[in-house]
Design a protein around this ligand. Structure first.
Ligand code: FEO
Length: 400
């Protein structure tokens, strides 16, 4: 672990968390980073801190550049604990002249740390502070990812410190986008967007318009997670525009859970039907695939098809998990249908159809229920369902 120069007198001083595997329900299979940035000027400023158990790495990294007690300003772009967890120790060590945060940030800091004595100074969109040769402009970004969130834009450096936005949960030794395979990086950014920011897509659209209207000149984007966009900031901005408009393609995600493999056989037949209509299919077992990988695939899919065996007059529990999680993230503009096998009562398809409506997925087929094990005719019903959904998806895409 070492401090890394981002630009002249601007350093990454954060921490790499190689081993975290769960981030409030999101599978962080490649770990993450908690980025903090140190700016050395007439005033020394630290932008965000790190998760509590990495505070010594943060302090060690700062020491490589300067004595932490020479820091004048702490800037809290976001109060979630992965960024503010080390704040109490930093305030104690640094004794900052000021701690800058948004109005919501002040409320959140007080309700997290209960320290009325901290020198909190509230800033709003457009406010600027001088560090000497540098100007920091603040932009409130409510709900990206919490009500308190804000960006800090270093005008002269054309550097946007973007908090959670434009991040990836990806632990690497490299700190910059051009040191990594871009396709892989974009895949991690898509997973991050699908699982954290999808629900806030209308706000992302609003923010992108606001940033455009402000005429911010962006050379680099430095998020609080994952590599810094040094060479390809345009790529991540274009992707956020696409993802927040919920742009979809001819792709279908079939999510299912099965009891004795009958619903699984149905899922395969549904996928065959979708493929016959030219859909790019992802067949995902709720038992084998993590919910956050399923949402990543749903991000740019036009069709979502749900399958479940009936269990105790209901659906399989893992499907309930996926449905609850998907509903919370509010994907828009999808079409879908449901299927499932049953032994005697067979309520799963009825529940899945209700779930489609609840999530906001347009149901384009009544669904297929098969008693026990599918026979030749049942396979054909499932293929027909897949084809019907595929046609509906393509028609909807053609109209868009
Ligand atoms: Fe990386 Fe919303 O915290």
């Amino acid at each position: 672990m070492t401090a890394v120069a981002v630009k002249d007198d601007i350093y990454w001083v954060g921490a790499v968390d190689w081993n975290v595997r769960d981030f409030h329900g999101y599978s962080t299979d490649r770990g993450t980073t908690y980025n903090a940035y140190l700016v050395k000027d007439q005033k020394v400023a630290l932008f965000d801190t790190v998760k509590h158990n990495f505070k010594s790495e943060l302090i060690h990294n700062i020491h490589q550049i300067l004595d932490p007690t020479s820091i004048d300003y702490l800037i809290v772009n976001h109060v979630e604990m992965d960024h503010s967890g080390s704040l109490p120790e930093m305030v104690e060590l640094v004794k900052p002249e000021k701690i800058f945060c948004s109005a919501n940030g002040k409320r959140a800091l007080l309700s997290h740390f209960h320290r009325e004595d901290w020198p909190l100074e509230v800033v709003k969109t457009g406010d600027e502070i001088s560090l000497g040769s540098r100007t920091v402009q603040f932009i409130e970004t409510k709900m990206l990812h919490w009500p308190d969130s804000m960006f800090s834009y270093l005008k002269e450096d054309r550097l946007l410190i973007s908090s959670d936005a434009f991040g990836q949960h990806l632990a690497t030794s490299e700190r910059f986008d051009d040191q990594l395979a871009l396709d892989e990086l974009m895949g991690h950014a898509a997973k991050y967007y699908a699982n954290i920011l999808l629900v806030f897509s209308p706000l992302v659209q609003k923010l992108l318009a606001e940033v455009t209207a402000m005429g911010l000149d962006l050379e680099m984007i430095a998020p609080d997670h994952g590599p810094i966009w040094r060479t390809h900031p345009d790529r991540i901005i274009a992707a956020y525009d696409r993802w927040s408009r919920q742009e979809a393609r001819a792709k279908a995600v079939v999510v299912y859970d099965t009891m004795w493999h009958s619903t699984e056989k149905m899922a395969n037949a549904v996928s065959t039907g979708l493929a016959r209509e030219g859909m790019d299919v992802r067949l995902m077992s709720a038992r084998l695939c993590h919910r956050s990988d399923i949402l990543t695939e749903i991000l740019d899919a036009k069709a979502v098809i749900l399958g479940s065996a009936t269990l105790n007059n209901n659906i399989m529990p893992r499907m309930a998990d996926i449905i609850t999680y998907t509903k919370g993230l509010r994907p828009k503009g999808k079409v879908g249908a449901a299927f499932g096998s049953y032994g005697w009562s067979g309520e799963a398809v009825k529940h899945l159809n209700a779930a489609l409506a609840d999530i906001g997925i347009e149901q384009v087929h009544d669904g297929v229920r098969i008693k026990n094990v599918p026979d030749h005719g049942a396979y054909q019903q499932c293929i027909d369902l897949g084809m019907a959904v595929g046609r509906a998806a393509r028609e909807a895409l053609a109209k868009a």
